[in-house]
Write a protein that binds this ligand. Sequence first.
Ligand SMILES: [Zn+2]
Length: 288
Amino acid sequence: MFHAFRRPKVDQAKLEQALVQLGLDGSQHLIVHSSLKSFGHLEGGAGTVVRALKRHSATLMMPAFSYYSLVWPLEHHQRDWPHPPPSSSGHFDRFTRVSRDIGKVSQYMVEDMRHQRSKHPALSFVAWGQHSDMLLAHQSLQNPYGPIGALYDLNGYVLLLGVNHTSNTSMHYGEYLAGQVLLPRFVNLNEQIHQTLFPNCSAAFERAAPYLAKLGRTVSLERAKIQLFSVRDVIDTTLELVRQDPEFLICTHADCRCREVRRRVRLEGLHPRPHFTPLEGLRERELV
Ligand SMILES: [Zn+2]
């Protein structure tokens, strides 16, 4: 006799049960980062995740970044650009595919016409629900993570589905407020080249985990760990960590743009930025 290997199996009911355990009752505003693979076998894939999340949130937002839509104009060459820079048409539209590391759940959100997507060619967000319009209207080229600032004002939550803080985009908004160096990057918007600002990468963000652990809630679902944090805790903690050590969340890979962020923050220090109010943000509806 032998027993067949049991593949962990998660379905929508089990996933919803986990969301309820975390306290998600449908009234919360969420930014979600997820890895389908982390669940083992998830019945129904990305669609199951999105359906479950919609039943337990009032507003649902995810990054829908498409980094390959950046353009690299020679006349704006920066010292930290790759050699040679990748070729890119800079094309972006409502259905442009998300970058592979952003994941299949975000891609599923993008493919549904009923969801809204902001217009930043490289750093768009996709959203559904009560405050989706308002959140996305807070994005500008100079403040691409503005929707997370707006989620802070709504007292929203960060949900990490089988991923750790290296996927926790909201931490970038804490860096923004702390005044971390942002790097110039370029996008093609309405057939014109515009400058936007890019943060360091998030490879070192798990260093914040010990400081955030006591502030969040965690449940396990088969192989996956699901964590919930208030956006305010994530951003306030990040802000404090960067204030104490501006290099704490900057990765050490030799060929990462983080090297340029480190060089510049050592020279220039931090230049804290204000957290704008919802009213100010709405003026930036046209993105530039
Ligand atoms: Zn890096």
